[in-house]
Design a protein around this ligand. Structure first.
Ligand code: B12
Length: 497
């Protein structure tokens, strides 16, 4: 009995789905992944041909909210042509909005589901009932039933590793479904597969109002961080590199890698330096940032740090985002990052309808305190269903864009948003002058004149400088990085325009 796991993400780094796949494989289930990076209804005939030959008993789709429309179209088509296939949806979107998903799927899975989905597949293969399995939701005589959640897996070390380049997988390429081979993996993986995405811990103790971790807290109660051992983390990276030697950069995707204690960091750094010897990127919050941990990681190969400012307005951070990091703590952390000559991205959320002009100006003031060079990742606030900020906006009749459709990188081209984009590139005084005179005609003309040249010339130069810094001025590593990341870099620079 075959199980086909489907993703519409535009790259192959679907960590959650890969975990499900590895778990099924370990339990001897005949599981395969189908990557559909660019879905269009016109591809349905080739999908139909493939499914007629492949004959899966179960199709399991993994989706985040922006993939909802694709998952919906695909599911309507499957239910039409292959009513006998059992259609399951899992991932973050069915977790936060199960009822909506049950309009299209036979079953949904809420939350982390390695074991639950295995029990489901196993039961189906043995013709046993599935309705009591934890985590699932389904419709029974038109009524929606959502079962209780399994307790979270406390022992992440027991889970089999997700495969970087999953064997026995397929991809929709040029309108046809073909086996995923190395050239195609290279084409569809982010950065040509040269970076390896890993999750070393699950959960986040915070409950930022815009983040889905605030939903997990509602679902599971306190969302404590579950951590892996240094040995298993290093072993996962080692195996990934062995299977795909082109990997030269490790991308630690944990919400907050700095939540490990100093001893864990020391052990990790020592093993990493000895066995991996590759640069890595990780993420933290200003609250968890700590000089000792940073210096340990920096020495082991940490070359890019990603940290959130989100807003420079204490009011917005506390009252709207439920974030309690102070601007002082954030600035102090950025100075330490500079002191250790590390590259960094700082995240800022734009287009918040609760923000006044004064709040946005406070954000600019904080950005101007960050020592250069640095880059900003600017996001347009998305109100994901189930999050605290979504509930608040619904209660208060605040109008926002549909979270299924909104592209989080396409922020509004307002005067202040554009000034924020230029803040890491231009002298402080010039930025302050434009902010002060934002209502005047000449400031608008000036901004229009300098905007494009700044982001087409200065921004790539800052980017280049940061890559050089991240590789300790090693030219050949820098060139490698630019080649591998050129597509992503290009979109960062130009598409956000
Ligand atoms: C790593 C990561 C990514 C990676 C990989 C994403 C992936 N699919 O694995 C990348 C960089 C590609 C990515 C991109 C985006 N991400 Co992201 N990402 C994360 C992050 C930090 C960790 C995800 C993860 O690996 N978790 C650990 C695994 C084990 O959990 P999981 O993915 O939920 O999978 C489990 C269950 O959901 C379930 N499951 C998953 N799939 C399936 C399928 C079936 C059939 C079943 C039964 C079960 C099941 O079982 C899995 C194993 O336990 C989360 C934050 C978080 N804490 O989860 C955000 C998060 C998932 N991302 C988010 C968003 C918004 C995005 C972006 C849209 C924008 C952005 N901010 O970057 C993009 C666009 C993606 C795209 N369409 O191309 C949001 C999703 C919100 C939403 N409602 O959709 C999150 C929750 C962060 C947030 N803001 O709250 N992301």
């Amino acid at each position: 009995m075959k199980t086909l796991l489907v993703t519409f993400q535009d790259n192959t780094d679907v960590i959650g789905l890969k975990y499900i796949h590895s778990y099924l494989c370990k339990k001897q289930i005949d599981s395969h992944i189908l990557f559909i990076p660019k879905y269009d209804k016109k591809h349905n005939p080739s999908i139909e041909r493939f499914l007629k030959g492949f004959q899966p008993k179960i199709i399991g789709i993994s989706l985040m909210s922006p993939e909802f429309d694709n998952a919906k179209e695909f599911s309507i088509f499957i239910k039409n042509r292959f009513p006998e296939i059992i259609l399951v949806w899992g991932g973050i979107h069915p977790t936060i909005e199960p009822k909506e998903c049950l309009n299209y799927a036979d079953y949904i899975f809420k939350g982390e589901s390695e074991q639950a989905f295995f029990e489901f597949v196993d039961a189906i293969s043995k013709n046993k009932p599935v309705n009591d399995i934890l985590n699932i939701g389904y419709k029974s005589s038109g009524e929606i039933v959502i079962n209780k959640l399994r307790l979270l897996n406390e022992n992440l070390d027991d889970l089999p590793f997700p495969e970087h380049f999953p064997q026995e997988s397929f991809v929709l390429h040029n309108g046809n479904i073909v086996k995923l081979n190395k050239p195609l993996f290279k084409k569809y993986a982010r950065n040509g597969g040269t970076s390896y995405d890993i999750i070393t811990s699950r959960g986040c103790p915070f409950s930022c109002a815009y983040c889905c971790n605030s939903v997990f807290q509602k679902l599971y109660g306190a969302n404590k961080i579950r951590k892996r051992s240094v040995e298993r983390v290093i072993e996962e990276i080692r195996q990934a590199i062995k299977s795909y030697p082109e990997i030269f950069f490790i991308n630690i995707q944990d919400d907050n890698f700095f939540s490990y204690d100093v001893q864990w960091m020391k052990d990790f750094a020592e093993a990493y330096e000895r066995e991996i010897k590759k640069n890595f990127v990780c993420r933290t919050t200003p609250t968890h940032f700590d000089e000792e941990k940073f210096s340990i990681l920096r020495k082991a190969g940490l070359s890019w740090l990603v940290m959130g400012l989100q807003s420079g307005s204490p009011r917005i951070n506390k009252e709207i985002y439920n974030r309690f990091a102070t601007n002082e703590k954030f600035i102090e952390a950025t100075k330490i990052v500079r002191k250790y000559n590390s590259a960094c991205y700082y995240d800022v959320i734009l287009d918040n309808p609760y923000e006044t002009e004064q709040d946005t100006i406070k954000t600019i003031e904080v950005i101007l305190e960050i020592p250069k060079p640095f880059m900003l990742q600017l996001f347009s606030l998305v109100f994901y269903q189930g999050t605290k900020i979504y509930d608040k906006a619904i209660n208060e009749n605040i109008i926002f864009e549909d979270p299924h459709k909104k592209n989080f990188v396409r922020y509004r081209q307002t005067f202040l948003n554009r000034v924020i984009r230029l803040s890491p590139l231009l002298p402080k005084n010039l930025i302050r002058l434009m902010v002060k005179n934002r209502k005047s005609y000449w400031a608008k003309i000036l901004l229009n004149l300098i905007y494009l040249p700044s982001i087409l010339i200065l921004e790539p130069l800052v980017w280049l400088r940061l890559i050089l810094i991240s590789f300790d001025y090693n030219i050949s590593a820098t060139i490698n990085m630019i080649l591998a990341f050129s597509k992503l870099g290009f979109s960062k620079v130009v598409l956000r325009k």
